[in-house]
Design a protein around this ligand. Structure first.
Ligand SMILES: C[S@@+](CC[C@H](N)C(=O)[O-])C[C@H]1O[C@@H](n2cnc3c(N)ncnc32)[C@H](O)[C@@H]1O
Length: 307
C-alpha cells in the first residue's frame, strides 16, 4: 500500500484548527494520516492527537506509521461516535476537531477497494466492511423507484428513472455483481461525452447510500459539539454539494440565536448559539494546489468556533 494521498488544504485547515499547541485534537478522518502527521508536527510534547477512520486499511496503515509516536490514540470507528471515543479516552473536551470528508485517493485508486468504476471489481462500495449491505445488494434488490430516488437524491442524476429502469431489465436476466456490469448498463444509455460524469454520479450516490454518509455526517456534527471545548474550532472539508450543504446549514443553525421571521413570525423562539462562524463563505483551494492535486478541485472548507 503506498501513501500517495496528498492532504487537501493542509495549511488552511490546520492554521484554523490549532489554537493551543498543547491541546487535544481529534482527526475524524485519519485516512493516510496526512493531516494527522501535520497536526502532530504543530503540537508540543503536551499535545495529544486522537484520530479515527472507519476503513480498516487506512487505520492499519496509520497505526503502523504512528507506532513509535507518543500522545497518539487511533480508532477504527465511525466518526459519528466521536463522543464515545472521547469517553473511552477519558477526554471531556477536544481543543479542535477536523474532518476531511469523503474517500481517500488510495480508496479511489486501489483496484481492490472497489470504489472506482474504472476497475472491474465486485460491486461493493463499503468503507466499513462490517456493514451488511453492499452496492450489489441495493442494485439487485431495491425497487425501480427506490433506486431512482437514490440516484436522484445522492447523485443529483437527472436520468435517474431511465437508469433504474435499465438496471431492473438487466438484473432480471443476470445478477449485477461487478462494477463492469453496472458501467456497461449506464454506458449503453448515455452518450459517450456524458458517460464519465454520469458514472461518477451513480457511483457517488450508491457510495453515499451504502455508507450512510449524510446520516453519519449529521450525527458527527451534533456529537462534536458535545465534546468541543469553548473557544475550540471545528473545521470540515467537504467534496460535494450534499455534504457541504449539511455542514453549512448545521453551522448556520448553531450560530443563530433566533429564527427567521418566516419560521418564527412573532420572534418568540430564543436559543443559545453554540457556534460562531469563522468564514461566512467556504474557503477554496488555490489554483496551485488544484494543479498538483486534482482531488482538491471540489474541496470547500468551513470552520466555526464553539462559544
Ligand atoms: C479524504 S480521506 C482523509 C484523508 C486524510 N485527511 C489524509 O490526509 O490522509 C477521508 C477518510 O475518511 C474516512 N471516512 C469516511 N467516512 C467515515 C466515517 N463515517 N467515519 C470515519 N471515517 C470515515 C474514509 O475511510 C477516508 O479514509
Amino acid at each position: 500500500m503506498s501513501e500517495h494521498h496528498i492532504p487537501v488544504m493542509l495549511n488552511e485547515s490546520l492554521d484554523l484548527l490549532i489554537t493551543d499547541r498543547s491541546g487535544i485534537y481529534f482527526d475524524a478522518t485519519l485516512g493516510f494520516a496526512g493531516h494527522s502527521s501535520e497536526i502532530l508536527k504543530r503540537l508540543n510534547d503536551d499535545g495529544r492527537l486522537v484520530a479515527s477512520d472507519v476503513d480498516s486499511d487506512a487505520f492499519e496503515f496509520s497505526k503502523k506509521k504512528f507506532a513509535e509516536k507518543s500522545g497518539v490514540s487511533l480508532f477504527n470507528f465511525n466518526y459519528s461516535f466521536i463522543d464515545v471515543i472521547a469517553k473511552i479516552e477519558s477526554i471531556q473536551y477536544f481543543d479542535g476537531i477536523l474532518a476531511d470528508l469523503g474517500v481517500s485517493s488510495f480508496q479511489l485508486d486501489n483496484p481492490d477497494s472497489g470504489f472506482t468504476y474504472r476497475n472491474n471489481v465486485p460491486l461493493d462500495l463499503r468503507m466499513d466492511k462490517t456493514r451488511k449491505i453492499t452496492a450489489a445488494d441495493i442494485v439487485n434488490t431495491f425497487t425501480e423507484e427506490d433506486l431512482a430516488n437514490i440516484f436522484y437524491e445522492f447523485g443529483e442524476e437527472k436520468n435517474s428513472r431511465k437508469i433504474s429502469r435499465a438496471i431492473l431489465e438487466k438484473r432480471a436476466v443476470k445478477k449485477i455483481a461487478t462494477t463492469e456490469q453496472l458501467v456497461s448498463i449506464i454506458n449503453e444509455l448515455v452518450p459517450q461525452n456524458f458517460q464519465r460524469k454520469t458514472l461518477s454520479r451513480i457511483f457517488q450516490a450508491l457510495r453515499i447510500y451504502v455508507n450512510d454518509e449524510l446520516g453519519n455526517l449529521k450525527s458527527f456534527l451534533e456529537n462534536s459539539l458535545k465534546v468541543l471545548k469553548k473557544g475550540g474550532r471545528i473545521v470540515v472539508i467537504s467534496y460535494h454539494s450534499l455534504e457541504d450543504r449539511i455542514v453549512k446549514d448545521f453551522f448556520k443553525a448553531e450560530a443563530i440565536v433566533s429564527l427567521s421571521p418566516k419560521e418564527d413570525p412573532l420572534g418568540l423562539v430564543k436559543k443559545d448559539a453554540r457556534l460562531r462562524l469563522i468564514n461566512r463563505k467556504p474557503l477554496l483551494p488555490n489554483d496551485e494546489e488544484i494543479k498538483i492535486n486534482y482531488r482538491a478541485r471540489s474541496a470547500k472548507l468551513r470552520a466555526a468556533e464553539r462559544i
